[in-house]
Structure formats: C-alpha cells, structure tokens
Design a protein around this ligand. Structure first.
Ligand SMILES: *Cc1c(COP(=O)(O)O)cnc(C)c1O
Length: 431
C-alpha cells in the first residue's frame, strides 16, 4: 500500500519511506491510499482470535508491501506482550486500561511498534538512524523504552529541565545503551523548536540520518487501532451499541480508533474529550478551526493548542462536517470538574482514575445523557502514578507504585544539560 501526503495526493511514499521520513517533503501528514474493510467473519468470530492475530490482520494491508508476514508477526509479538482489560466502572460505563505496558501509558504500543519497524528497516544498512524527539513527559519515556537496544537506531530525547515529573524523568534518563537524554534549560516549546531546527539543518542532515518519533509518524499512529479492536472483542457480548470516549491532545489515538471503524468495527460513536484546550470541540460546533496557544492543565499530556492529527480525521470524513458530526462528538472540561469527577468516582466505586482518564469519563457521560442505552468505554491512557501529584492532592491517597516504575526510581539519572541549539548541534555532529 502507498501512503500519500495530505497536502498533495500525488506525493506518495511506501510504508517504509513514510516511517523513515516521518512527514512528507511538502510537510503534509501521510495517510493510507485506501482502507479496505476486514471481512464480516472477522468481527463475528473475533472472540476466537488472539490479540496477536487480530493485530496482524488489522494492520496487514497497510504494511505488507514492506514487511513480510513472518517479520510482521515478530514485530507484533514484541509490541503486544501485556494486557488491555476493559473494566466495568458503573452500569454501561467501562474503562479500557491502556497502562499495563512498560512505561504505563498507551504510547507504549505506538512507540514499540515504530521502534521494531525501524529496527527491521535498518537491518543491513551501513548508517545508523538517529531518532530525535522532544517530550513534555509521556512520549519520551515510551520512546526510550520502545527503542532500547534496537540495533542500528540511536535515540536522543530532549526534555525541559524541571518541567517533567520525577517518574517521567527517571524513565527518560536511566536506560543507557542507545538512549540519550538532553535536559534543556527552557520549556517544552524550546525543545520542540530545537528539534525542528535540527531537521532543517543541512550541516547535520548531510551526514546523519535523522527521524522523529512523534505521533504523526504512521508507524506510531496506526498500531493504536489494535486496542480498540481488543476492547470490541471484550465488549461485544454486552449486546449494546458501543461508544468510545478518548481523552485527546494531538488526536492521534482517537483517529486510529476511527480507522478501526472504517475497517468495519461495529461502533456507534466516538467522543473526543479534551481539557481546556478546546480547538476541536469548537470546530465541531461551528466548523471553524482556530489553533491557539496551549493552556496548561492538570491533564498536561493533552495541553495541545493545534492538534497535529486532527487533519487526518477531517480527511477520513472528506472534510464534511455534517457526516463527521454523525460519528464524532467533542466536549471540553475544566480542571475543576476533572478533579470533582476523580473524587466522586473514587468514593463511589473505589476506582482511581488519572486526570486524563477522568476527562474521558466526563465526555462519555455527556454523550450518554442523550444516548443512555449505549455501552460506553472511556480510555484510561495512563496509570494514576504517572500523575502522582494531582492524584495525591485530589484523592488524598498515594496509589501503590507498580514494579516497572519502582525499578527505574532506584536508578541513577544520566542527562546532558544544554541551553542553546548550538550545543545540540555540536553534540549531533560529534556523535
Ligand atoms: C499523549 C497522551 C494523550 C493524548 O493522546 P493523543 O493521541 O495525542 O490525542 C492522552 N493521555 C495521555 C496520558 C497521554 O500521554
């Protein structure tokens, strides 16, 4: 299958080319040329399939030109070695827990899949690829972990000094091997700017193969459709129409879910739940897309003022607002109602939500006000310990620290401190 740029359909690339380039030369996002629905039989008998088999069949059409079946099976089994349980919270409300992976955020799936694809494509290449990525927290940890030990790939992660949580910093800075972390004296936007400058700097790119690992990369974006199918498999027996609510920032995750629907997954509706960063909820109301500077909130992995993947959702519905509204609703929630919800659900059911999951819960409940007879699933995108400060302050308790987090907390941080782009450049030229 070919992928084409959303800026110009005639700019095409194979899956391999799209993964290595990240973004098209005309700066457009890559999108699959076609999406062929899976057989009806697949959905009717999905309970009988293993998660690995479901993932293999779902992604096959997109990657099979470049990855032979055996290699794809191996990539999938390296990516998916943990659980994706759907847990009932209330009558007709359940959560899909996406935090059972190595860094306890849903980004583990995309990061691992991409790392394994890039590792596969690097086999036999003389030159290493360098993955350069800026992070405000969760992305860096998932990327570091996913790429650890992948031959032929070097990783350099830039993060804002003092602006990520202690757990997130440990996840970035303690792994060693092919992973290096740079601590930037500045904010996330400074890290992002340095990374973008490096990609355009021919003195660097002339002798180094650079690639990014953010959610616009097709190898990070598409595999996120897997766990919507795993959730469907678990929820199907409820015999109700299914609604997914996805806490959204860059809108890559929800867009992957909507691709699963295009593959034929029987789902009634999607809800994109956001914090105060409400560019998409406003667009869904009036059809005007107006990016803004991001607003800081307690669900900070969704503090995005110009969601990069939303263009893919528009494309999926041929940019027809009326049709899109039939499949997608979007609501914005304040930090205050997020905290009230975390507290209420905890005291009513004992379930501890992280602030992102709580936003997802709120969006689902909003939709169910007018669609009470649906079975709603909101995505828990991170384990509550990853946002420990907010959870402790809101609920007055400290969730038990899981073993994969404990393990990194005892390791020593190793990072390179920089303040200017020139320092990044010198590092890239020397290493
Ligand atoms: C990245 C992230 C999100 C947002 O996902 P998008 O695909 O960017 O919409 C939501 N919650 C958590 C915990 C995240 O890390």
């Amino acid at each position: 299958m070919k992928f084409h740029s959303l800026n110009n359909r005639s700019n095409q690339a194979s899956f391999k080319e799209a993964v290595i380039a990240g973004i098209a030369p005309d700066k457009g996002l890559y999108f699959p040329e076609s999406i062929t629905p899976l057989s009806q039989d697949f959905f009717e008998n999905i309970e009988e399939l293993s998660n690995h088999e479901i993932a293999f069949r779902a992604i096959h059409q997109f990657v099979s030109d470049d990855i032979p079946d055996n290699a794809l099976k191996e990539i999938i089994s390296n990516t998916l070695d943990f659980d994706f349980p759907v847990v009932d919270i209330e009558e007709n409300v359940a959560t899909l827990e996406l935090f059972h992976g190595p860094t306890m955020a849903f980004k583990d799936v995309g990061a691992r899949f991409m790392a394994n694809c890039l590792g596969y494509f690097s086999q036999g290449e003389k030159q290493d690829v360098t993955v350069l990525v800026a992070t405000s927290g969760d992305t860096g940890g998932a990327v570091a972990n996913g790429f650890l030990g992948v031959d032929g790939v070097q990783v350099l992660i830039l993060y804002p000094s003092g602006k990520v949580s202690e757990i997130q910093e440990k996840q970035l800075t303690t792994l060693g091997q092919n992973i290096e972390a740079m601590e930037v004296d500045g904010v996330f936007d400074d890290c992002q700017r340095m990374v973008k400058t490096a990609f355009l700097d021919t003195e660097i790119t002339d002798h180094k193969k650079l690639t990014s690992a953010n959610s616009i990369n097709v190898a990070r974006w598409l595999p996120q459709l897997f766990y919507f199918l795993f959730a469907y498999k678990q929820a199907k027996s409820k015999g109700k129409e299914i609604v997914f609510s996805v806490p959204s920032g860059n809108f890559g995750n929800i867009c992957a879910g909507m691709v699963a629907q295009k593959l034929g997954m029987p789902v009634k509706h999607f809800v994109a739940s956001t914090n105060a960063n409400d560019v998409v909820p406003k667009f869904m109301e009036n059809g005007v897309y107006k990016p803004m500077a991001s607003i800081a909130t307690i669900s900070n992995a969704m503090d995005v003022g110009d969601p990069s993947n939303f263009i893919r959702i528009r494309h999926l519905y041929k940019d027809d607002l009326g049709t899109l509204q039939k499949h997608l609703s979007s609501y914005s929630f304040t930090d205050k109602s997020t905290k009230v919800t975390m507290k209420a659900i905890h005291s009513k059911t004992g379930y501890v939500m992280d602030p992102h999951g709580a936003v997802g819960y709120l969006g689902l409940k909003e939709f169910q006000k007018s669609h009470p007879d649906t079975y709603g699933i909101f995505l828990e995108t991170a384990h509550p310990v990853k946002f420990l400060d907010v959870v402790e302050e809101t609920l007055g308790l400290t969730p038990q620290i899981p073993p994969q987090i404990k393990k990194v907390m005892n390791k020593d941080k190793k990072s390179i401190s920089i303040a200017t782009y020139e320092e990044l450049k010198q590092f890239l030229l020397k290493h």
